[in-house]
Design a protein around this ligand. Structure first.
Ligand SMILES: Cc1cc2nc3c(=O)[nH]c(=O)nc-3n(C[C@H](O)[C@H](O)[C@H](O)COP(=O)(O)O)c2cc1C
Length: 263
């Protein structure tokens, strides 16, 4: 069973493609996150958990959810991470989480996908050409990963040394404390009050007041609201005003073409 969370579509693309190659079921965890649904998940085949990387690790709300979730049937777990190029200690933490649940960690794969963190002033967004090239390169990786999982093998990714783990562990909490502000989100007059931003927020942090979104304090900066807005009416301070907002959907023609080649 393939399980995934995806704020801006990258992880969804990988998850759906792996499920298609393995002829396995694919479950979007968004509704479960939003409703706190912990109905046990059962599969006789390995669990393949797909997640984006947020500040060097899987989203913390997701690891918390997985810790509390019951899995029945297969005891084997794989992780597939998508990132802008650096997965940090995602694999180390995933392995520890799986072992604490008494399940078997069969490794993880890392997919370098387009950057989506438009609200960060730490780096620029990619050009359309760079974005497309990353999607194509990631797609090439899916076949071998699917083959390994099909054969029940172990996935191997870049080795993370203990020293790297030690210096990376504090990075996430510090970033979250000083950078994760939701009060900088606002809408322009392009907002049509459709409520998509509230629907796609995994933490239920966006509510509508008089058909306009209002952000609470529980934000993980996943970019689902700003990237999912159909009229691109959401901005984050002055940072996003001149930047292209990334959503995988804008490159769905590339996905369609790639899938067409591997029917
Ligand atoms: C809050 C946040 C933090 C991020 N941190 C990292 C990071 O530490 N390393 C990295 O390579 N990419 C990072 N990214 C980029 C995403 O991991 C990457 O674009 C991912 O594929 C997005 O997946 P999605 O489209 O399924 O949401 C970050 C993105 C966000 C929104």
């Amino acid at each position: 069973m393939v399980l995934y969370f995806s704020a801006t579509g990258n992880t969804r693309f990988i998850a759906e493609e792996i499920a298609r190659r393995l002829d396995d079921e694919c479950l979007d965890l968004l509704t479960r996150f939003k409703t706190g649904d912990h109905t046990p998940l059962h599969s006789e085949r390995p669990f393949i958990i797909c997640a984006p990387v947020y500040v060097c690790e899987m989203p913390r709300f997701m690891s918390k959810y997985l810790q509390e979730q019951t899995f029945t049937g297969s005891r084997d777990v794989y992780f597939l991470f998508t990132s802008g190029g650096y997965c940090g200690i995602s694999g180390v933490l995933a392995k520890s989480l799986v072992r604490k649940k008494g399940m078997n960690y069969l490794g993880h794969a890392e997919f370098k996908m387009p950057r989506n963190y438009v609200a960060s002033d730490a780096y620029d967004m990619l050009t359309p050409e760079e974005t497309e090239a990353r999607i194509r390169a990631a797609y090439e990786q899916i076949g071998p990963v699917a083959d390994t999982i099909r054969a029940g093998g172990k996935l191997t990714a870049r080795h993370v040394f203990l020293f790297e783990t030690i210096i990376t562990v504090p990075f996430n909490p510090v970033w979250c404390k000083y950078k994760l502000r939701a009060r900088d989100f606002y809408t322009t007059d392009k907002c049509i009050g459709c409520g998509t931003c509230a629907r796609v927020c995994p933490l239920n942090n966006v509510s509508l007041k008089e058909r306009k979104p209002v952000w609470g304090d529980d934000c993980t900066h996943c970019m689902a609201c700003i990237a999912g807005c159909p009229t691109e009416a959401i901005e984050y301070g002055t940072i996003t005003q001149r930047k292209e907002k990334y959503h995988f959907q804008k490159y769905s023609h590339v996905a369609k073409e790639l899938r067409g080649q591997t029917k």
